[in-house]
Design a protein around this ligand. Structure first.
Ligand code: ARG
Length: 461
């Protein structure tokens, strides 16, 4: 075996087979071929404009790269492990196709700035797909929320019954989280979409390059301010993985709720058959595996974030081969994010909520205790005293095994004489929800406004 044709000039021995396998990244980084070719074409065009190459040479390179692209897309490209990575595989094939002018493509460029631009383009593209998927999920949540504006269920704190809320409000809480995720990605993309091309290996180059033109050509709004930073920064992928981790955490929480709600002791929802699985031994089972897997997969995304943070933490400037480890974690993450968001959106679309069960659950756990306390406050009792009286009412009802509204008027009046017949409508969970029209509350007007605001945002985002 000969030495590597791209860098083998000073070597007399080919890499050991194990070393070649160990350093080879083309098995997985070939997925970057489209972005690598786009970036190389921008580089060639700029070399032509700057007079570093002739316009003819630039044209030959650009057209040759388009041929390579077509070969790859047609499945006719032969990937060679001996050429290490996607960049050198493409350049070698270009040279085969266009002859020795192909060897001029790399003028004024290093793989260090090349891989930076290629990967940044890829990461930005994937983040845009995440945003599309997030918007579809938000839309689905809004559609469901619209249909569940009068559905009541117990709102919980500490997983204990707290106050009644409407289901739309609960679903919209997640819609707002996913909207923030979408906006967070927008913000992170500003720092992903910076072109490092022109930094060369680490120090800049002696050729009269125009990095602005390359950035513009590939659609990036900004260029690097420092060549060392340009080739050794991986915080763009760390930010992308942070965005992914946060959005997966939100998915995971929602899935956890669905898992609880699918349990017979809640029975708040019916899982669509197409989104549930059975057991090979227990015939009665209908398991929420889809939700469990989304919840589980959030773990592997966090793992990738921690992985790249750890890879980077001790690296001196500038490029180090360690940085090649930035890719597989991201590739796995983007597949995980796209699949998780897609499957979750499908699941929600086909979910049916058990409104009867949710309403029945509002009868348990004295969800209306706060209403009684607020009622007493309105009758002139200081809140702390009202809280105390209500606590006694709860204890009394609990000892009788009934709800607060089942206590008759004389019993309630024995706790505080200010309680009158008009307490009963106040204790109804519908009233409790209807009266909570404070900012972002669970009241119907507030909920309708949330749906309206999110819809507006979806139409403009
Ligand atoms: N495959 C490499 C990576 O992903 C490309 C850069 C290699 N640069 C170098 N000087 N060896 O990081």
């Amino acid at each position: 075996m000969g030495t590597n044709q791209s860098w083998g000039g000073r070597f007399t021995q080919a890499p050991d087979t194990l070393v070649a396998q160990f350093t080879d990244s083309q098995t997985y980084d070939r997925i970057l071929y489209r972005q690598d070719i786009l970036a190389s074409q921008a580089h060639a065009r700029m070399l032509g404009t700057q007079g570093v190459l002739t316009q003819d040479e630039a044209k030959t390179l650009i057209e040759g790269l388009s041929k390579v692209l077509a070969e790859i897309e047609a499945g006719k490209f032969t990937w060679r492990a001996s050429l290490e990575d996607v960049h050198m595989n493409i350049e070698a094939r270009l040279t085969e196709l266009v002859g020795s002018v192909g060897k001029k493509l790399h003028t004024g460029r290093s793989r260090n700035d090349q891989v930076g631009l290629t990967f940044r383009l890829f990461v930005a593209d994937e983040m845009t797909v995440w945003q599309d998927k997030l918007r579809a999920l938000i839309e689905t949540l809004c559609t469901k929320a619209k249909a569940e504006q009068t559905t009541l269920l117990p709102g919980l704190t500490h997983l204990q019954p707290a106050q009644p809320i409407c289901l739309a409000h609960h679903l919209l809480a997640y819609a707002w989280m996913f909207k923030r995720d979408c906006e967070r990605i927008d913000d992170a993309k500003k720092r992903v979409r910076i072109s490092p091309l022109g930094a060369a290996a680490l120090a800049g180059t002696t050729y009269p390059l125009n990095p602005y033109e390359v950035a513009k050509d590939v659609g990036f709004p900004a260029v690097y301010p420092n060549s060392l930073d340009a080739v050794s920064d991986r915080d763009f992928v760390i930010e992308a993985l942070s965005c992914a981790s946060i959005l997966m955490m939100h998915c995971s929480r929602l899935c956890e709720e669905f898992i609880l709600w699918a349990h017979p002791s809640f029975a708040f929802l019916t899982l669509p058959d197409a989104y549930a699985t059975g057991s090979s031994i227990m015939p009665q089972k209908k398991n929420p595996d889809v939700c469990e897997l989304v919840r589980g997969k959030s773990g592997r995304v966090y793992g990738h974030l921690l992985g790249i943070l750890t890879v980077m933490k001790g690296l001196p400037l500038a490029y180090n081969r360690d940085m090649q480890e930035d890719k597989e974690g991201f590739f796995d993450t983007t597949t995980t994010v796209i699949n998780s968001l897609g499957v979750l959106t499908g699941l929600i679309t086909h979910l049916t909520f058990r409104r009867d069960r949710m309403l029945a659950a509002c009868k348990q756990g004295f969800l209306n205790a706060t209403e009684l306390a607020d009622y007493l406050t309105q009758k002139g009792l200081p809140f702390r005293e009202a809280h105390h009286v209500t606590g006694r009412a709860v204890a009394l009802a609990e000892s009788k095994g009934v709800c607060l509204e089942d206590l008759d008027l004389p019993t309630l009046q024995s706790l505080d004489p200010r309680i009158a017949e008009d307490v009963y409508p106040v204790l109804d969970p519908k009233t409790a929800v209807a009266r909570r029209e404070t900012l972002g509350g669970t009241g119907p007007v507030s909920v309708a406004k949330q749906i309206e605001d999110l819809t507006q945002w979806l139409n403009h985002a």
